[in-house]
Write a protein of this length. Structure first.
Lengths: 111, 118
């Protein structure tokens, strides 16, 4: 079953603004990963944050993880029209290597 | 980086046809591959986990006789949708795990196969 819940389901912003997406989960995890999916394509890995990490950066991306609240956030700074895509969080549970995906956030960045 | 090739990208066929989808890891060995199904505007649903040289592990509710998985080598897994019907129409995506021993890493995804059964 899908344990990840993401909010918002859809987000529309202007170019240059920041976009924040949140993800909550229910079980113990080894790591949490964020992926991006352009329409009709496969998923592209963005960031992996391990359970003992609290924050991670990659370019314009910033991910936080709060294991006490079982939640994570993805911040995209200075957004661009090319950032328009669906963003999914996925958790790798301590019980195995499979990933459980959240419902995703559809981000639209208007030029 | 790790590249996963999925083929074909799109299939349109008549009801009753069996369809084979290939998933290849191009520049790394993948002991484990995963098959997902995705409906429009929804998340990915794991169908099965494919391990090289052994039987696939199917998720609850997924018919193993309907969705045949073969992982014959460290770089190739195939999903065959047998006697496909319109309700099998969906977007199927594979991924490969490049983790080595205890070092966990991300999964690498193919570009997906859009299956349309008429």
């Amino acid at each position: 079953s899908q344990q990840g819940e993401e909010d918002p389901q859809a987000l529309s912003i202007q170019e240059g603004e920041n976009a924040t997406m949140n993800c909550s989960y229910k079980t113990s995890i080894n790591n949490l990963q964020w992926y991006r999916q352009n329409s009709g394509r496969g998923l592209v890995h963005l960031i992996l944050i391990r359970s003992n990490e609290r924050e991670k950066h990659s370019g314009r991306l910033r991910v936080t993880l709060d294991t006490s609240k079982k939640s994570s956030s993805l911040l995209i700074t200075a957004s661009r029209a090319a950032d328009t895509a669906s963003y999914f969080c996925a958790t790798e549970e301590t019980s195995g290597s499979r990933l459980t995906f959240g419902e995703g956030t559809q981000l639209t960045v208007n030029p | 980086g790790a590249v996963v090739s999925q083929h074909p990208s799109r299939v349109i066929c008549k009801s009753g046809t069996s369809v084979k989808i290939e998933c290849r890891s191009l520049d790394f060995q993948a002991t484990t591959m995963f098959w997902y199904r995705q409906f429009p505007k929804q998340s990915l649903m794991l169908m099965a986990t494919s391990n090289e040289g052994s039987k696939a592990t199917y998720e609850q509710g997924v018919e193993k006789d309907k969705f045949l998985i073969n992982h014959a080598s460290l770089t190739l897994s195939t999903l065959t949708v047998t006697s496909a019907h319109p309700e099998d129409s969906s977007f199927y995506i594979c991924s490969a795990d490049s983790s080595f021993r205890s070092v966990r890493g991300p999964q690498h995804f193919g570009d997906g196969t859009r299956l349309s059964i008429l």
